[in-house]
Design a protein around this ligand. Structure first.
Ligand SMILES: Nc1ncnc2c1ncn2[C@@H]1O[C@H](COP(=O)(O)OP(=O)(O)OP(=O)(O)O)[C@@H](O)[C@H]1O
Ligand SMILES: NCC(=O)N[C@@H]1O[C@H](COP(=O)([O-])[O-])[C@@H](O)[C@H]1O
Ligand SMILES: [Mg+2]
Length: 394
């Protein structure tokens, strides 16, 4: 394989749909290999736009706008970075000869919780939480009563816990429905109701499919608050049997989705076995820890895989951990403070994403640390993150 320099006729061009903190690292890794990068999102100055060769601001859920942009740019690789994209258009464009990462079908099925859950639970018969889908408050009430309380309610299309809540009593059914309606990204009034899983721990198993075959990264443990991750570490301690089962599930779902690229397979470890939760056909937020632990981060692995380059193996250089910094309120005038203190913590690193605005609960930066074991790395990452804060000037 060969290609010319970026911005030349013979350049290899990667177009990223979604330009957040994960895409920013994908762009940086692509640039290391001399690839031309184009970043797209619904707002200006998104993190990946700040490091890409060029950027565009469009509504990626609008099929016409999406098609128009892709025909204009004619990228070699279309790389979805978020779920909320007109994935039907990606399926069409793939049929017309464009390359969608890892496949347009994977983007379409994982865009809404129904597609991927039905594939995993009904087609592949993988173990999952019990679930029902509902299109109205009345249907949701019936689903909750059938599954039993407590249960978890999520909009069919959302991520990072947006619109997600735990329903603990019949009196809460209506407020959970309303919360899901406010938090969903598409206009669809559909929710998934899941039986509440009392897990011992939860992990992300990063699984990379490349010309060299399928490789698993050591498991990443994480803690979530309000449906969004606040802390992750690698490796997560689990039994041989649990790891074998986790890899079996990850292999089944990634083989079914196909293509080349890195997947983040989310799993619950319970007393009764390992359950599949969901999968991202792209680098995972909890996987940012790999920037402090692996010889090739999840972003480097994704880029290598999608370019068709070999991945002879994944090496864990050190245990490590990550801890997020989130905004407390909405602001357009703010500053991230405390880098001097955070970086004085031995082994600590910080990634400030550079998002132009804060929103309540929005992830703005992450602290990373390594250590002799995951526990000490967690302590260092926490210490570094606690030094960081956001000053609001408006
Ligand atoms: N059925 C369940 N039982 C118990 N906890 C759950 C259940 N479903 C989700 N959770 C908790 O909420 C978290 C977020 O859920 P999920 O991954 O489905 O949401 P998401 O919005 O897709 O998040 P992300 O985009 O960050 O992956 C899970 O990691 C887990 O901690
Ligand atoms: N769990 C998925 C996830 O972490 N996705 C990451 O968050 C960005 C959106 O952030 P924003 O909502 O702050 O704009 C996405 O673009 C992606 O990088
Ligand atoms: Mg998740």
């Amino acid at each position: 394989m060969s290609y010319g320099p970026p911005l030349s006729e013979g350049a290899r061009k990667l177009l990223l749909l979604g330009s957040g903190e994960l895409g920013k690292e994908v762009v940086l890794e692509a640039q290391r290999l001399g690839v031309e990068t184009v970043a797209v999102d619904r707002y200006a100055n998104a993190p990946a736009m700040q490091v890409a060769h060029r950027s565009h601001v469009i509504d990626m859920l609008d099929p016409e706008r999406l098609r128009g942009l892709i025909l204009q740019e004619k990228p070699d690789l279309i790389v979805p970075e978020i779920e909320a994209i007109a994935t039907g258009t990606l399926v069409e464009l793939e049929q017309e000869g464009f390359k969608v990462v890892p496949t347009a079908r994977a983007a379409r099925l994982t865009m809404d919780r129904e597609g991927i859950r039905r594939l995993a639970a009904e087609t592949l018969r993988l173990p999952t939480a019990s679930y029902r889908f509902a299109d109205s408050l009345e249907e949701m009430r019936a689903a909750v009563l059938e599954l039993g309380l407590p249960c978890v309610v999520k909009p069919i299309m959302s991520s990072s816990g947006k619109g997600q809540s735990v329903c603990r009593s019949e009196a809460e059914i209506e407020s959970c429905w309303n919360y899901a309606m406010e938090g969903g990204r598409a206009k669809k009034k559909r929710v998934i109701v899941e039986g509440f899983v009392r897990f011992e721990s939860e992990i992300t198993l990063l699984t990379v499919r490349s010309v060299s075959g399928t490789a698993f990264c050591p498991p990443i443990g994480h803690v979530q608050q309000d449906g969004d991750y606040i802390e992750s570490w690698q490796p997560h301690a689990m039994s041989e049997a649990q790891l074998r089962e986790a890899e079996r599930i990850a292999l089944a779902i990634t083989e079914a989705l196909g293509g080349w690229g890195l997947y983040g397979v989310e799993l619950f470890l319970t007393e009764d076995g390992v359950l599949f939760s969901e999968v991202s056909p792209r680098p995972h937020d909890t996987g940012m820890v790999t920037m402090a632990t692996q010889d090739l981060s999840e972003f480097a692995l994704h880029v290598r895989a999608i370019l068709g380059l070999p991945i002879p193996g994944v090496r864990l250089l050190s245990p490590g951990a990550s801890r997020t910094l989130k905004a407390a309120r909405d602001s357009r005038s703010f500053a991230v403070e405390g880098l001097e203190q955070a970086l004085a913590v031995p082994s600590a690193q910080v990634r400030v994403f550079g998002k132009p605005e804060t929103r309540k609960g929005r992830r703005m930066a992450v602290a990373l640390a390594s250590g002799p074991d995951a526990e000490s790395a967690r302590a260092a990452a926490r210490q570094a993150a606690e030094c960081l804060s956001i000053r609001y000037d408006g």
